[in-house]
Design a protein around this ligand. Structure first.
Ligand SMILES: Cc1cc2nc3c(=O)[nH]c(=O)nc-3n(C[C@H](O)[C@H](O)[C@H](O)COP(=O)(O)OP(=O)(O)OC[C@H]3O[C@@H](n4cnc5c(N)ncnc54)[C@H](O)[C@@H]3O)c2cc1C
Length: 421
């Protein structure tokens, strides 16, 4: 176990939630020699969902933690980002990722299955001595003690409590002192995983799987994203379309026929992919609003990850921001060896992280409009810019916008944290 701080100078940190963000914080804080306990409501440690994109701003953190080899062993690196028109799949804009990401930002762009990502973080947290307590569903926070409160077990005391309990955060509601349900975005996602073996049998799909890329199709009110996963054995497809779920249900088994109908006028290759779908689910997409603060006035509690900045997945940056949060919190707590110093570290954490994550939430929401333009003047202007103009600041392919790309990918959470005054 890495231990930079003398045991008597370490603090006790309780993290609520063992998602990607909570685990990242656990690793980063434990690396600094503090004692970390993660309290997770689930009875087993597993991540649901499908693929996840890991951009250079998070892969450079994984590299710093010595985890990149393990991640790369089960990930896929896309060559290019390709934005396409929905009807015929014609290419509107391409942004190179190999060699661009490594050459310019010193870290790769990766695609990984969430379960693999989560398992690697869990293993590393345990290796570093982090305790993970399951079946621990927080019902609130006692901010002054501070302690995590449960209905069915004794409250858990620590010197610092980190609320990393995701979009539907009890910790956030406890801090606000009121209910604060996630906000509707008007969209839902179908999440699909195909077998590459099945795709190989369909000639129309060969050029999509010839080598790893990431493909986006943009169309009226909807978009689709696809990329390879699991060393090229699987293929991840996400379809975004208007939210038609009943008010009280956020995830529902979906009828593949209903899904195919929604995309019946789209690129024949996309339709050929959807023909392979046997079962799928639809997930309501929700996000959050900017909070006045992430830190409780006691100076002993802070929120992070989706609990305070849940975002639409359109920029593929939600988990990356949670990983950045974890890294930044760890780096700042690495300078703490007395409990009275915690509140200052939290103030610095919030000052450095809040503006960035809020911008990512806003930019992700703005992509909803860019991707989903109906056929017509604005769509033609978007496509003209994409096909005829060199990328400029504000370019509709946000990953190719030279200024925004640098803002996203060049960020180093450790450097930022250590240089924050
Ligand atoms: C369709 C889709 C695609 C996405 N694609 C990408 C992508 O490509 N790249 C990317 O960077 N991001 C992506 N995201 C976003 C990303 O999934 C989230 O931003 C990220 O998982 C947030 O991590 P978190 O740890 O903050 O929250 P979560 O992952 O939600 O984890 C919260 C944890 O807290 C636990 N918990 C909740 N309540 C309690 C409680 N009361 N007590 C104890 N434990 C509790 C939960 O069980 C869970 O384990 C995508 C999201 C969606 C919906």
């Amino acid at each position: 176990m890495i231990s930079k701080i003398e045991p008597e100078a370490s603090i006790r940190v309780a993290i609520v939630g063992a998602g990607l963000g909570g685990l990242a914080a656990a690793i980063a804080i434990a690396r600094e020699g503090h004692h970390v306990t993660v309290l997770e409501q689930a009875s087993t440690l597993q991540e649901v969902g499908a693929g996840i994109q890991v951009p250079p701003n998070s892969s450079k953190i994984l590299a710093r933690w010595g985890l990149l080899d393990q991640i790369e062993a089960v990930a896929v690196k896309p060559n290019d980002f390709r934005l396409r028109s929905y009807r015929d799949g014609s290419l509107l804009s391409t942004q190179n990722m190999i060699p661009h990401a490594k050459a310019v930002y010193g870290a790769p762009y990766l695609h990984i299955h969430r379960a693999d990502y989560h398992a690697i973080l869990v293993r590393e947290a345990i290796r570093l001595g982090v305790e993970i307590v399951l079946n621990a569903r927080a019902t609130g926070i006692d901010f002054d003690r501070p302690a995590v409160v449960f209905e069915d077990r004794t409250a858990f005391e620590a010197d610092l409590i980190v609320g990393a309990d995701g979009l539907k955060s009890r910790c956030r509601e406890s801090m606000l002192g009121r209910e604060d349900p996630p906000y509707l975005t008007g969209d839902l996602a179908y999440r699909i995983i195909l077998r590459i073996e099945d795709m190989k049998k369909v000639p129309a799909l060969h050029d999509l799987i010839e080598k790893p890329n990431i493909d986006y199709w943009m169309g009226p009110g909807c978009h689709a994203v696809s990329y390879m996963l699991q060393g090229g054995q699987a293929y991840n497809v996400v379809l975004i379309c208007p939210d038609t779920l009943p008010e009280d249900l956020h995830i529902l088994e979906a009828d593949p026929e209903e899904m195919r109908l929604l995309f019946k006028d789209w690129d024949p290759r996309l339709r050929a992919m959807l023909d392979l779908v046997v079962e799928t689910k639809k997930w309501r997409l929700r996000d959050s609003r900017e909070m006045p603060t992430w830190t409780h006035p006691s100076g002993k509690f802070v929120l992070m990850g989706d609990a305070c900045h849940a975002t639409l997945p359109y920029l593929a940056q939600g988990a990356a921001q949670a990983i950045e949060d974890g890294a930044a919190l760890g780096a700042l707590l690495g300078q703490v060896n007395q409990t009275w110093q915690i509140s200052d570290a939290l103030r610095r954490f919030e000052t450095m992280r809040k503006p960035r994550t809020e911008r990512v939430v806003r930019e992700s929401r703005a992509l909803q409009d860019i991707f989903h333009l109906p056929d017509g003047g604005a769509q033609m202007k978007r496509d003209f810019n994409l096909t005829q103009m060199k990328p400029f600041e504000g370019y509709p392919n946000r990953w190719a916008d030279p200024v925004f790309q640098k803002y996203l990918f060049a960020y180093d959470a450790y450097e930022e944290a250590l240089s924050s005054a």
